[in-house]
Structures are given as C-alpha cells and as structure tokens.
Design a protein around this ligand. Structure first.
Ligand code: GTP
Length: 395
C-alpha cells in the first residue's frame, strides 16, 4: 500500500544522510587541517601558501596551501624557488596524510559526528521531497506543512544528539506526516456507542468510488459489534441504484428502505429512521445521490436531509486511487455541506498515497475508514500511526 510514496520518503532519508556525511567529512577534514596548523611553526609573512598555489604547481591540490608552516619570511625574489620546494614537500606530506596519522585524526573527528544541520544542508533534499510529495498527489498546502515541520524539527539539531542522521530524518518525517494525517481524529466506535439510538449516518461522494459498497461494509462492521442496522437508499436519482443496494442488503441479511426512482431522498431517510425507532434498530446508514453538478444541488439535498432527519454524521466517500481529484472533491463536498469524516476506498489498489495524507488536513475532518478490498470485511479503521509506520517504516 502506497509503496511509491514510501520509496520517495526513503529517498529523502538517503539524501539527508548523504548530505550530512559529506558535511561531516568536510568538517572533520577542516578540523584535522586546523589541528595540523596548530602543530606547525607560526608563519612569518603568512602568504607563502598563496604563492605556492599561484606559481609552483598549477596541478597541486588547493588545500596544499592550508599548511603555511614552512614559509619562513624569505624575500619575495626568492619565493618562487622556495615555494616550489615547499609545494613538493607539502604534496609529499599530503600523500602521507592519506594513510598516516592525519587520516586517523579525520576519522576520529568524523566518528564524533558532531555536526549541526543547517537550513542550507536541507535545501536540496527538501526540494526533492516536495517534488516527490506533489508527484504523489499530496496537496500543495499539505506538502508545505510537512516541509515546515521537518525544517522545524531538523534545523539546528546536532547530529550527535541522536544516534544517526537516518534516525533524525525518520523522527522528523514521522512527526510531520502524523501531524497532517491525524487531523481531527476521534474515537469512532466510542462515539457510536455513546450516541442516542438510532444513530443516523449519511454518505456523500460521487458515483462509482465505492460508496454503496462502503455502506454495505459498514453494515457488516456494526453487526459484528452487536449493533442492528437498516440501510436507506437516498440515491433516488440513478437508475439501478435500488437494485445495487438491494443485492448488498440481501447478501448481508440487512433491512433496506427504498422508494421509487425520482423520489425524495429525505423522505427515504425519514422512513428508515422511523423504522429504526419502531424496531429498536441501532444504526441507519443512508446512501445519497453522488452528483455534484453544482454545490447548490448538493446543499439543497443535504440541507433537506438535515432538516428532516438531523443525521448524527455525514461521511464523505472517495477512492484513494483518485489522488488529487479525491482531495479536491473532499474540499468541495465539505464546503457544500460540512462532513464529519471520510471513508477512503480502494486503498488496496496501488495508489499514490496523496489522498490519504491530504484529505484530513484540507477538510479539517478525519479519515475514519480505509476500504481495502471488495469483500464485506475489507474495511479497516483508519489509524494514522499505522499509516505513518507503513510510509516511513519501523514498528
Ligand atoms: N479494490 C477495491 N474495490 C472497491 C473498494 N470499494 C469498492 N470497490 C469496488 O468499486 C466498485 C464501485 O463500487 P460501488 O459501491 O458500486 O460504488 P458507488 O460509489 O456506490 O457507486 P454508485 O453506487 O454508482 O454511486 C465496485 O466494483 C466495488 O467492488 C475497495 O476498497 N477496494
């Protein structure tokens, strides 16, 4: 599930690790050079090294000049010759350093790992991460929020304070993802348990995303928890909707209330609630027509349902595979008629993961369930921590 995004998050970790290692090596080398300088004789004129670079050996490594200790204040005329000797000596020393005590010093400094992560160190990795998130259909503001959290968690951190750079990246990624994914979470089962019965839940969302199947799955979900359910087909608009939900009701052995095609959805819901009250049924699950020609249509339909049956919850259903479209629709439906949460279907298909990461943040309402297959049992409570584990690895 969400393997593409998982790989991309892994690349971010590698990017930062690589950057940190390069930085640690550079700092260790600089430290070793500084230590060499301290050990060496103080210079008389201080510019001997520059002369070496400029005149003696154009192929010499630039850091040959970092050891000016042999310069001894000879007059400028003699410098070229002296500098050439010095360059040769320095190169020899440098060669020795690669296998000798200088290298050990660098290795020791590197091993302490005391590097501070600065904004510029993260610039490239964060840019790559942002591109990866956007490619994975993560909504722009959500991607920005994730990046801001990572910056806040990582910049100024001393790598030595945690065991490895990889761990620092992992914990920053975890926090950043969890913050956006877990927006609005509440204990669904507890809320249902504590609510006055019957509990009425209305489902919205466009056609074909798995709305009716999700209602059937949730019917099974509640029955398994000892709650009786009645289904109500408020999708009086689409031909065939009654037959489709009837098949599910028959397969599940669940009562279905439906009216003729073209009837009033609010009236169907009203009848279902009456039936539930009269028969001690705990939960009413109401389908609605998924069209979104204009938000006025939707508003009018849901407002009427609201007035007539005052549902306890309105859940938006969309499919993970729709990516950015699902995020956009979630926003539109929530603007048109406030939702209480989302059921994200087809999470078992190879989707980008963007919808799962973005929907709660853009609507301010949690994802409550993931559809993970076509069977009635293929629904799971959405667990932000588990999703973060899936994406970042670990537990
Ligand atoms: N793989 C997978 N398929 C699903 C899931 N949920 C629903 N489907 C399938 O998606 C297709 C569409 O589901 P429906 O329940 O008919 O979709 P709908 O949104 O109710 O569509 P309308 O009834 O036309 O409004 C069906 O073939 C379902 O079996 C899921 O979580 N995973």
């Amino acid at each position: 599930m969400f393997d593409g995004l998982k790989d991309k998050l892994g690349s971010f970790r590698e990017d930062v690790e690589e950057t940190a290692e390069e930085k640690a090596e550079a700092e260790a080398a600089a430290e070793a050079d500084a230590a060499d300088d301290e050990e060496a004789e103080p210079t008389a004129d201080g510019d001997g090294g520059v002369a070496v670079d400029a005149t003696a050996d154009p192929d010499a490594e630039p850091d040959v000049d970092s050891d000016p200790g042999d310069a001894d204040g000879e007059p400028a005329d003699d410098r070229t010759e002296i500098a050439a000797d010095e360059a040769a000596a320095a190169l020899k020393e440098d060669d020795e350093e690669k296998s000798g005590p200088g290298r050990l010093k660098r290795a020791a400094a590197f091993a302490t790992g005391k590097i501070i992560i600065e904004e510029e160190d993260l610039e490239d990795p964060l840019w790559n991460l942002e591109m990866a998130l956007l490619e994975s259909d993560v909504e722009m503001n959500v991607a920005e929020e994730i990046l801001d959290t990572i910056r806040g968690k990582m910049i100024g951190e001393t790598r030595a304070q945690v065991e490895t750079t990889g761990e620092l990246v992992e914990s920053a990624l975890r926090d950043a993802l969890y913050d956006v994914i877990s927006v609005g979470q509440f204990d669904f089962d507890q809320r249902i348990e504590e609510a006055d019965k019957p509990v009425t839940i209305v489902f919205t969302g466009v056609n074909g995303v798995g709305k009716t199947t999700s209602i059937a799955k949730l019917s099974r979900y509640f029955e398994k928890r000892g709650l009786d359910v009645v289904l109500a087909n408020g999708d009086t608009y689409r031909a065939g909707a009654n037959e489709q939900i009837r098949e599910h009701a028959d397969a599940l052995g669940t009562k279905l209330i439906s009216h003729e095609q073209g009837g009033d959805p609010a009236a169907v819901l009203y009848d279902a609630v009456e039936y539930a009250e009269a028969n001690d049924v705990d939960v009413v699950l109401g389908d609605t027509a998924g069209r979104l020609h204009t938000s006025n249509d939707l508003m009018a339909q849901l407002e009427k349902i609201d007035r007539v049956v005052d549902p306890d919850m309105t859940l938006f259903v969309d499919e993970a595979v729709a990516g950015q479209d699902a995020v956009e629709r979630a926003k539109q439906f929530n603007d048109a008629a406030e939702i209480d949460g989302t059921v994200l279907t087809k999470a078992d298909a190879d989707s980008s993961g963007g919808a799962a990461i973005s929907i709660a943040y853009v609507t301010g309402r949690p994802i409550l369930f993931l559809g993970v297959g076509q069977g009635y049992d293929d629904i799971e409570r959405f667990d932000p921590e588990r999703l973060v584990d899936r994406l970042v690895g670990g537990a």
